[in-house]
Design a protein around this ligand. Structure first.
Ligand SMILES: Nc1ncnc2c1ncn2[C@@H]1O[C@H](COP(=O)(O)OP(=O)(O)OP(=O)(O)O)[C@@H](O)[C@H]1O
Length: 781
């Protein structure tokens, strides 16, 4: 029976069956003739088989030797074998690995006869030269068995219960996307890499991903009293182990504890300070905003998990919002020599699917889509010159925020709050004016919650439903983005409409997932970690260019523009000086009053009651509000003390007079400068537009608002209300004057009301941000 071998088939087809042997033969000299060639081809497969046999024999012999030497305890040869089979994963059981490896090589030798030397070389190659293993999954279900080898465990103590978690051999690391990072010019990513927090690779030109962090809060007193145990363990500042305790009556599962493992960009244990959280999550975003890149930080988590604490913090330990604002102003001040920065602020809340202005409460705002993204029509944008000013606004906004007690959290935020800071930078670079705009959004979401966990009745249930609805919409968007769907259901809720830019636009986005350690909140914690884990996979659009606009102008226009910039800079410096002086005055007044004010002394001006969150005079302010500073009658006071008080009063009067004088001078200067700037701008607008050519234009707020801004900057000093610029010129403009609770203070200089009116109405509470969300500090032990 004719047998056709592969060699014959190949030779008939004119092919070369063995890649190594055949070419050498066919190309050998003297084998070009027809008959000779036929003979060679006929013998060819025999030759190939012989070669193959020889190679296999050699290979077996070598392996046998290696095996023998390794069994004899030769550490060196054993190492070399393990090295060769490293990737098979048999390093724990060398024998199995070797066999497996042998089998693999046998298979290779049969399937493709490669010369022995080549086979050995391939197997000896270091593991890193081989094809990379598939990326590990970042989340796993692990079953912790108490019977496992104790040497392979790390002991974990959860609320007094000693538990063993198997140590992961292969570092869980981040999944493949660990190589992704924020496009911040290497800032955060580089730093994280330096401290070994995140395995960061090259910036992904196609886009950056959302950075996800987890923060664990300490166990509250209430939880301790309820006998709850800690079910969360953070290891290596990155891995989060969630443990579900079996019920003591569940005899079937008594010896088994189920757990889940997650891995994030960074995870903060309950001892982490606010400054550490800010430094790791947000400080680079602030830097990016100054360079014209948008940034968003949002806190997500169950009710009572610590979102508001992370975002706002307390007087003693201010949160991300406060630290970011402080940092922003410090950085702006450091850079003021190379251009002019202006900072605008807006603060809104989404409550029961309506958008409300927290700085100027009134009718609900409508959301509108335009070139800049989703904007709330008629939202107040306040121009701020100092940290203190922003703090006052924040304080005021927080007072207006909706917070209510629920069964889970006594001071639960019932709305999503969004603080937006827009930083505009203008400088003159050669013959062109460069305008850069960066937007920082700081978002404190309402808590995700179960209806039963909070309150099923009344208003709370409606709020809860709406909160859940918007958070559900958020998770749908996360899902759609992760799955790369074309349609992302942003329009399902107001929250997702407002977050559109942050989730799917050109933005550096950070998510901080807040969790509670208590096993009573296991379900909520698991849910939060699940969504945080999912959010890790969202990629935002590439942030290759900053929001920058370059306007080329002629020489004369450059001079004029330079002058305008300088005047604007001087203007803002004067304003800052003024604010500082006012602050000084208030401090001295408060000190005097606190130490021993006479009952005859006139009560402080409303502005004197301003206290900033960062002010060290908080206790003083408390005493003023409590009225306990008016208790000591003059008669009982020792003479020396009286003299001292009189001295202080005299000092205050002198300082007041000085400040009044300075104010007058400053205001006069400001007025003159304003007029001058207006004049210049008028001249410029009448000459420039035709001459000016826009060299490069990137869609920015500045380009859209230019006309409005010019007008606003020209007229802003007329009255404080001119400092409010609204993105919707047609919408009714509201100012603080329109609001009952924010009527202007009596502090007026030259008939012009100063910015101190903002906090003219002294808050009733004692905390910095008197709404419970800011200052609440439940006893945590
Ligand atoms: N890291 C922390 N350190 C100390 N106390 C904390 C920490 N995180 C939260 N707390 C405290 O826990 C309590 C609840 O926190 P918080 O109000 O921030 O929760 P929340 O997530 O904003 O809740 P909600 O969604 O209901 O508004 C507060 O008393 C707060 O002071």
């Amino acid at each position: 029976m004719p047998v056709s071998t592969r060699a014959q088939q190949a030779s008939a087809a004119g092919g070369q069956p063995w890649s190594s042997a055949a070419p050498a033969l066919s190309s050998a000299p003297g084998h070009g003739g027809g008959g000779a060639r036929r003979e060679i081809l006929t013998n060819h497969h025999h030759h190939g088989l012989k070669e193959k046999m020889r190679a296999l024999t050699l290979f077996y012999e070598q392996h046998k030797q290696q095996l023998a030497s390794s069994q004899g305890g030769g550490a060196r040869s054993r190492r070399s074998i393990q090295y060769a089979v490293g990737e098979v994963g048999g390093d724990e059981n060398g024998r199995n690995a070797e066999e497996e490896d042998l089998g693999r090589k046998r298979h290779n030798a049969v399937a493709a006869p490669v010369p022995v030397a080549a086979v050995l070389r391939e197997n000896m190659a270091p593991p890193e030269e081989r094809a990379p293993a598939p990326p590990p999954k970042s989340s796993h279900v692990v079953v912790f068995s108490r019977q496992a080898d104790p040497t392979e465990k790390e002991n974990v103590s959860h609320g007094g219960i000693a538990m063993s978690c198997p140590i992961k051999k292969a570092a869980p690391a981040l999944p493949a996307p660990a190589a992704r990072k924020l496009s911040l010019g290497g800032g955060m990513a580089a730093r994280l890499k330096a401290v070994g927090e995140v395995g960061v690779g090259n910036a992904d030109a196609a886009g950056s991903r959302i950075m996800v962090f987890v923060r664990l809060r300490p166990m509250s007193k209430k939880e301790k009293d309820a006998g709850s145990r800690s079910c969360v363990k953070i290891v290596n500042k990155k891995d989060v182990y969630l443990t579900e305790f079996a019920s003591e009556t569940d005899y079937l599962r008594l010896k088994r504890v189920r757990g889940r493992h997650f891995c994030f960009d960074s995870s903060f244990p309950d001892t982490t300070t606010q400054a550490e959280v800010y430094g790791t999550t947000t400080s680079d975003l602030v830097e990016g905003v100054l360079q014209g890149r948008n940034g968003t930080v949002f806190c997500y988590g169950a009710t009572g998990a610590g979102k508001t604490y992370t975002m706002l913090g307390t007087m003693e330990s201010p949160g991300v919002m406060v630290l970011a604002i402080k940092d922003l102003f410090t950085k702006v001040r450091q850079r003021s020599h190379d251009g002019n920065h202006s900072i605008q602020l807006s603060y809104l809340e989404v409550y029961n699917e309506t958008v409300r202005d927290l700085l100027s409460p009134g009718r609900p705002l409508l959301l509108r889509e335009d070139k800049q993204g989703t904007v709330a029509a008629g939202l107040t944008h306040y121009r701020a010159y100092s940290t203190d000013e922003v703090m006052k606004l924040l304080q005021q906004g927080n007072q207006n925020r909706t917070t209510e007690p629920t069964r889970v959290n006594e001071t639960s935020s019932r709305s999503h709050a969004i603080l937006q800071v827009i930083v505009e930078y203008r400088s003159i670079d050669g013959g062109s004016i460069v305008t850069r705009v960066g937007k920082l959004s700081l978002i404190d979401l309402a808590g995700s919650e179960r209806a039963l966990a909070t309150d099923q009745r009344t208003q709370r249930s409606i709020e809860g439903a709406n909160i859940n609805r918007s958070l559900l919409a958020l998770s749908s968007c996360i899902n759609a983005l992760v799955e790369g769907k074309k349609h992302i259901p942003y329009r399902n809720s107001k929250l997702t409409q407002l977050l559109k830019d942050s989730l799917g636009g050109s933005c550096n986005t950070v998510m901080i997932a807040n969790i509670s350690p208590s096993n009573l909140s296991f379900g909520e914690t698991q849910n939060t970690l699940h969504w945080a884990d999912r959010a890790k996979e969202i990629k935002t659009k590439a942030l290759t260019t900053a929001n920058e606009e370059v306007l080329r102008v002629t020489d004369s226009e450059t001079d004029q523009a330079k002058l305008v910039l300088e005047l604007q800079k001087e203007n803002s410096e004067l304003r800052q000086q003024l604010a500082r002086q006012q602050q000084k005055l208030l401090t001295v007044q408060a000190q005097t009053l606190a130490s021993n004010a006479s009952p005859q002394q006139s009560p402080p001006a409303p502005s004197a009651q301003i206290s900033t969150p960062c002010s060290t005079q908080r206790k003083v302010k408390r005493s003023i509000l409590a009225g306990n500073c008016f208790n000591t009658p003059d008669s009982k006071r020792p003479a020396a003390e009286n003299a001292h008080v009189r001295d202080l009063q005299r000092k205050i009067k002198t300082m007041e007079a000085e400040i009044e004088k300075m104010k007058k001078e400053h205001l006069l200067q400001l007025k003159q400068k304003d007029e001058f700037i207006r004049d210049l701008i008028n001249r410029k607008t009448s000459n420039v537009p035709e001459a000016a050519t826009c060299e490069r234009r990137v869609a920015t707020r500045a380009s859209v608002r230019k006309a409005q801004k010019d007008a606003a900057s020209a007229g802003e000093l007329k009255s404080p209300s001119h400092r409010f610029t609204s993105p919707a010129p047609t919408a009714k403009k509201r100012t603080f004057w329109d609001i009952g609770g924010n009527s202007p203070s009596t502090l007026a200089v030259n008939g012009r009301k100063t910015r101190s009116h903002v906090a003219a109405e002294t808050p009733k509470g004692t905390s910095m941000l008197l709404q419970p969300g800011f200052a609440r500090q439940r006893a945590i032990h």
